[in-house]
Design a protein around this ligand. Structure first.
Ligand code: GLA
Length: 700
């Protein structure tokens, strides 16, 4: 099943009938039909019921459920049920329980209590996956295999002895000799040279900062180890049912697993995402996660496997989604390439740890706002068959890389940074300007995108530097921001002025870092005098910015020129008069370097400059004070317009809103309103005065 084979977008959710008496099941399928549900995920946490004791399987209830669903025309994404080993397993194999960096062995009694390297876990999970595949592989309801659940969600890293042994095997395969490992890890520092692989441990809690490259390799190993769990189950499923596609649910912008390495092994990319309804910026971060999912599949449609109809129960205070908010976020996923909108979960649980997490059928039943919104969305999606399999058009690209994520958040750096926020700011600046953004790991071909942004690519490989250079030479406007090209893939500093090979692309080099966070005001600092606190922001002066100035925060760098032009300088502070923003004409394109972290207005101004210089045409047929993020995304022949902001916006395209049937010109979208417009021709304006309305150029 490629998702495009369905007649309309998949709609449904996790269905856990084992939590309910059989009497409820008939009502469930009746309501599913009423809501237009066409796909449910079954059995994710059913291991203890399917295999109540080792090797004894009880499938009767699952047989009945699959038959019932099939009789009612509802397809099944069937789980291998391996996400939560049952109590008998933990009792029989206590060494399979995960261990923290501090040496604490975690207890069973919740879920995911297993070490990904545990041979007992792998063997038992494999047996269960095989039993399920053999029993249900020919069941007509089953259209998709759902392996495990959210790999690494709770235990992304295990530090037990089994993990240590697996880590050593992984290292031996990577480095071949202990000498090569010592060289890569720089173990001459602090007397860490290893004589043999079996001296090596996971980066458990140490007296001082551990070896950074060891820590990075452990991140890579741990992601690979989770992937190996998935691949073992997938191989079994493929062997038994070669024609049923296999998925596992990702978790958006998840630090624990390098999804670039996973994606080629996942037939249908699937994502779980729970934006905080109370956070006005959450739709921006969600947009980035959706763009990542589309990009992981190389532009293929993906499935939103889980979201909440309303509140979750994982935050200190859990706001419900306001009227229309669930629908708006669902359309955001659809616009950005999803061919399915599913929820956790169908019926809100009455017992257990997540009973206060919303469901499609709430505790209060069907006489509720949530249920009415579920029914509305279901009926709308049923009429949107035309969107299936179509491509979301992008015109900018952002480099997003797990090695840099892991490395820039280690200890012992010039300043602490949140990689996600560094990248997300630029994603938001691009999408706020009306661009649609792909994400790439950086060593892919970047040419063909009018705009390329490389935010804080701390670890830059030679291949990434070459791809970035090739993009500029071939005509892209490339923007590289602070802390890029600081180290190579072994975390060895790029000598001779940082940036490495990118120096020739950008025409600059970096002498020294000058972070702005007030060091003495920090915990552990000694506040001797007011003057010891470093100003947390600095002025940046340049013609790019409205009124000629902007503000930089957190970070500055002492930047020297080779052959770039200065576009803005620092004003005041330690680097008064030094370059803050540079540009170098490179081949057919341009390479910009930004040595600080601009505020939102500054980023917006710079993006407008990139749009103007690259000539990319931007779709943004909106007017009025948007008062917050308003999205306009083109997918196939449809333009999705979503108002996440508080103020109404007016849509100015000629076309028909396929949801309401109304002519789109002059339609006012209130908060959380959505229009899906079949667009004809629209006008154009210059980006210098207003964003252009029209078809996007890239990938068109
Ligand atoms: C994750 C899990 C689900 C459930 C939800 C709750 O996505 O996969 O089982 O716990 O979170 O938000």
């Amino acid at each position: 099943m490629h998702p495009a084979f369905a007649r309309s977008p998949w709609f449904g959710g996790d269905y856990n009938p084992e939590q309910w008496p059989e009497a409820v099941w008939d009502e469930d399928v009746d309501l599913m039909r009423r809501a237009g549900v066409n796909l449910v995920t079954v059995g994710v946490f059913a291991w203890s019921l399917l295999e109540p004791e080792e090797g004894r399987y009880e499938f009767g209830w699952l047989d009945s459920i699959l038959d019932l669903l099939h009789e009612n025309g509802i397809a099944v994404d069937l789980a291998t049920a391996t996400a939560s080993p049952p109590p008998w397993f933990s009792r029989a194999y206590p060494e399979s329980l995960p261990v923290t960096a501090d040496g604490v062995r975690l207890s069973p009694g919740s879920r995911q209590a297993y070490c990904p390297s545990s041979p007992q876990y792998r063997a038992s999970a494999g047996k269960l996956a095989r039993a399920i595949a053999e029993r249900y592989g020919k069941h007509p309801a089953v259209v998709l295999w759902h392996v495990n659940n959210e790999y690494g969600c709770h235990v992304a890293r295990c530090y037990c002895d089994e993990s240590a042994a697996a880590f050593r095997r992984w290292l031996e395969q990577k480095y071949g000799t202990i000498g090569a490992l010592n060289e890569a890890w720089g173990t001459a520092f602090w007397s860490q040279s290893y004589g043999r692989f079996d001296e090596i441990l996971p980066p458990r809690t140490t007296p001082a900062i551990g070896n950074p490259t060891q820590a990075l390799d452990f991140e890579r190993f741990s992601s690979d180890e989770l992937l190996a769990c998935y691949l073992e189950e997938k191989a079994i499923l493929r062997e038994v049912t070669p024609d049923i596609p296999v998925t596992t649910n990702f978790m958006g912008l998840f630090r624990g697993a390098d999804y670039w390495r996973w994606a080629p092994h996942v037939d249908v990319i699937a994502d779980d995402l729970y934006p905080d309804p109370a956070d006005p910026d959450a739709p921006r971060a969600a947009a980035m996660a959706r763009d990542l999912m589309r990009s992981l599949g190389g532009g293929r449609p993906w499935i939103l496997m889980e979201q909440a109809t309303s509140a979750v129960n994982t935050r200190p205070a859990n706001a419900p989604k306001a009227a229309g908010q669930m629908r708006a976020l669902s359309y955001q996923a659809l616009a950005r390439g999803a061919d399915g909108i599913l929820f956790f979960q169908w019926r809100q649980s009455a017992s257990g740890a997540e009973k206060f997490h919303s469901g499609m059928v709430p505790h209060a039943g069907t006489g509720t706002r949530v249920w009415r919104e579920v029914e509305q969305l279901g009926s709308e999606l049923a009429a949107l068959g035309g969107v299936m399999g179509t491509e979301t058009r992008s015109n900018a690209v952002l480099v997003f890389d797990w090695d840099s994520w892991w490395a820039i958040e280690q200890r012992g750096l010039p300043a602490t940074s949140s990689y996600l926020s560094l990248v997300a700011r630029w994603h938001a600046a691009l999408t706020d300007a009306g661009l649609t953004v792909d994400l790439v790991p950086g060593d892919d071909d970047l040419t063909g995108y009018p705009i390329v942004v490389v935010p804080s690519l701390f670890v830059t490989t030679d291949a990434q530097a070459a791809a970035i250079d090739a993009a500029a030479r071939s005509g892209s406007s490339v923007l590289v921001t602070d802390q890029t090209g600081i180290v190579d893939e072994n975390l060895r500093a790029r000598l001779g002025g940082y940036l490495g090979e990118l120096q020739s692309t950008l025409g600059v080099w970096i002498e020294e870092f000058w972070p702005l966070t007030g060091a003495w005001a920090r915990p552990g600092g000694i506040p001797v005098a007011e003057s010891a606190t470093i100003a947390p922001t600095v002025s940046v002066r340049g013609g790019v910015f409205a009124g000629g100035t902007s503000t930089g925060a957190e970070w500055t760098e002492a930047l020297h020129l080779h052959d770039a032009e200065v576009e803005a300088v620092f004003e005041g502070g330690a680097l008064d008069g030094w370059p803050a923003l540079t540009r170098k004409a490179r081949g057919e394109g341009a390479a910009w370097y930004l040595a600080t972290r601009l505020d939102r207005d500054g980023r917006a101004a710079l993006v407008e400059r990139l749009i103007a210089e690259s000539g990319v045409r931007v779709e943004r047929p909106l007017s009025g004070d948007t008062g917050g993020p308003v999205e306009s995304v083109r997918r196939g022949d449809l333009l999705f317009l979503i108002n996440h902001g508080a103020s109404p916006v007016v849509v100015e395209v000629d076309g028909t809103d396929v949801l309401s049937g109304a002519s789109a010109r002059g339609i006012t979208l209130g908060q959380h309103d959505v229009a899906v417009v079949a667009v004809s021709v629209v006008g154009e304006r210059s980006p210098a005065t207003a964003p252009i309305v029209g078809a996007s150029a890239q990938n068109a």
